[in-house]
Design a protein around this ligand. Structure first.
Ligand code: SUG
Length: 440
C-alpha cells in the first residue's frame, strides 16, 4: 500500500535557553549560560517546516509542552501560587527551576518510537512515548507528550499510542533517536533497527548511555513487530564517549539506505549483516559508511552531518540529505558532502538548513522531527489541526513574533512576569490550534 512519511516537527517553545542540562551532549555543555534567541529559534524551525512543505512533502507539528512545569515543582515540594512557587524555587533550588523551564520537547525525535502499520501484526500504527529517564529535565516530558500524541493520533481504529515505559534506568528510552526504519517504499513492510547503549543494570563509564536494550525490546514487542524483521544493535562506546548521546548523531536511514559513520556501532559488520538478513528479499540494502579517516568522529559530532533528514524529495530520483549549515562550514564534512553529490550513490543532493539556535543545544534537523509513515487513510484520521499548510506556518510565525522574547537566559526564570508572559503565549497558541482544526 502507498504511504507517506509525515514529519512532525517540535515547535520551539518560548523558553528556549541554554541551560547546560545534558551531560554527554557537548553542544549543551559548551553553550551553557549563553544568551539564547527564542524568537529566532522558533522562526528557524518553522522555516525548515516550510521548506519541506514547499518541496511537496507532508509536514505536521507537535506543540511545545507548557513550561514552567509547575506540577514538577509541586512534586518537588514547592507550594502556593504559581508566583510563589517560582519565587521560592529560584531562591532554594534554581537548578530545579531551570529543569522546569526547559523547552526540550522541541526535539521531537525523542518524543516517541514509531512503527508504521506496514510493520505491525495488528496493522495499526504504534507510537510509544519515550520516558527520557536519563536527564532530569527531559524525564518531565512523557505525561504531556502522551496527551499530545493521544490528541493528534486520536483514532484507535488506526493508532495505538503507548504510554512511556517505567521511569527507571533499566528502561531508559529516548524514542526515535535510537531507531531506524528501512524499507523498499514507505508503505512496504520494513526492517526496524533499535540501537541501545547498554544493557539493563550495566554501568558504562564516561558519558551516559541513554538507551537500554531492555527498553528497545519491550517497545518492539508492544509494537507487534515481526522478530525476523527486527534488529537490535549496540551503539559503540567510542561514539558515546565522543559525544554521540543518541544514535541519530552518527547515523540516519531512510527507505533502503543507511547512512552511517564507521564508528557508530560496537560491531558494525555484524549490524550490517543482521540488517541484510532481516531485509531478505524485501529490498536491497544500501549502506553508505563514512570512514573515520574522511570524517573524524569529532567532526561528525560537532557538524552534525548525520543528524540530517534523509528525504525522498518529490521530483528527485535519489535521496536528499537535509543537513545543518554547520556541515557546510566544517571542511571535512563539506568535502564529504561534495563527494557524495558527485558520486552516483543513493544520496544525490545535500541541502543545508539554518537551525543554529537548536544546534547550540545539540539538536539538528533530525532531532527536531518525529517521522511518522502513514497511509492516506491514516493521514485522514489524524487531528487536522496538527497538519501544516503555509498559511498555518505564517500564523505560527506571527504568533512567535508577537509572544517570544528576542533574547533569553535562565536568569529571567526567577521573574514572575516572565511566567505571565509565557503563559500568555501558550494561551494564544491554544486558541490558534483550535482554529487550525477548521482550516484544512
Ligand atoms: O536531550 N538537548 C537535547 C538534545 C536532543 C537532541 N535529540 C536528538 N539527538 N534526537 C538532549 O540532550 C539541552 C538542554 C539544555 O542544556 O538547556 C538538551 O536537552
Amino acid at each position: 500500500m502507498d504511504a507517506f512519511e509525515v514529519n512532525f516537527d517540535g515547535l520551539i517553545g518560548p523558553t528556549h535557553n541554554y541551560g547546560g542540562l545534558s551531560d554527554g551532549n557537548l553542544a549543551s555543555a559548551k553553550n551553557a549560560g549563553d544568551v539564547a534567541y527564542p524568537k529566532e529559534a522558533a522562526l528557524q524551525g518553522l522555516e525548515k517546516m516550510r521548506l519541506l512543505l514547499r518541496a511537496g512533502l507532508k509536514q505536521g507539528f507537535l506543540p511545545p509542552l507548557m513550561r514552567p512545569n509547575l506540577v514538577f515543582l509541586q512534586q518537588a515540594g514547592f507550594s502556593g501560587t504559581a508566583e510563589e512557587i517560582i519565587r521560592d524555587a529560584a531562591k532554594q533550588a534554581p537548578s530545579l527551576l531551570k529543569a522546569s523551564y526547559s523547552a526540550s520537547s522541541m526535539w521531537a525525535a525523542n518524543a516517541a518510537t514509531v512503527s508504521p502499520s506496514a510493520d505491525t501484526s495488528d496493522k495499526k500504527l504504534h507510537l510509544s512515548v519515550a520516558n527520557l529517564s536519563t536527564m532530569l529535565h527531559r524525564s518531565l516530558e512523557a505525561p504531556d507528550t502522551l496527551a499530545n500524541l493521544q490528541s493528534i493520533f486520536r483514532d484507535p481504529s488506526h493508532f495505538e499510542v503507548h504510554p512511556a515505559l517505567p521511569q527507571h534506568s533499566d528502561f531508559s528510552d529516548e524514542g526515535a533517536a535510537n531507531h531506524v526504519r528501512l524499507s523498499d517504499t514507505h508503505g512496504a513492510p520494513g526492517v526496524e533497527l533499535f540501537v541501545y547503549g547498554r544493557d539493563q543494570g550495566e554501568e558504562v563509564a564516561g558519558f551516559p548511555a541513554r538507551q537500554t536494550r531492555l527498553a528497545s525490546e519491550r517497545i518492539a514487542a508492544s509494537h507487534r513487530l515481526d522478530q525476523a524483521r527486527t534488529v537490535f544493535a549496540r551503539q559503540s562506546v567510542q561514539a558515546i564517549r565522543a559525544g554521540a548521546f543518541h544514535n541519530d548523531v552518527v547515523c540516519v536511514g531512510s527507505l533502503n539506505t543507511l547512512f552511517t559513520h564507521e564508528l557508530a556501532f560496537e560491531d558494525a559488520e555484524q549490524t550490517y549483516a543482521d540488517l541484510r538478513s532481516a531485509a531478505g528479499d524485501l529490498f536491497d540494502l544500501n549502506i553508505v559508511e563514512v570512514p573515520n579517516s574522511a570524517v573524524p568522529i569529532e567532526d561528525a559530532i560537532s557538524s552534525y552531518l548525520f543528524n540530517s533528514q534523509l528525504l525522498n524529495w518529490p521530483g528527485e530520483d535519489r535521496l536528499v540529505l537535509l543537513a545543518p549549515l554547520e556541515t557546510k562550514e566544517t571542511p571535512t564534512t563539506k568535502a564529504y558532502c561534495d563527494a557524495l553529490e558527485r558520486s552516483n550513490g543513493p544520496i544525490g543532493r545535500v541541502e543545508y538548513v539554518d537551525v543554529r539556535q537548536s544546534m547550540r543545544n545539540g539538536g539538528g534537523p533530525a532531532c527536531l522531527r518525529l517521522r511518522v509513515v502513514m497511509t492516506e487513510a491514516e493521514i485522514d484520521a489524524v487531528n487536522p489541526a496538527y497538519l501544516l499548510t503555509e498559511q498555518k506556518i505564517d500564523l505560527l510565525q506571527q504568533w512567535a513574533k508577537e509572544h517570544y522574547r528576542d533574547e533569553l537566559t535562565a536568569a529571567e526564570f526567577a521573574d514572575p512576569s516572565f511566567f505571565l508572559e509565557v503563559r500568555g503565549a501558550y494561551l494564544a497558541l491554544t486558541g490558534l490550534v483550535r482554529e487550525f482544526a477548521f482550516m484544512g
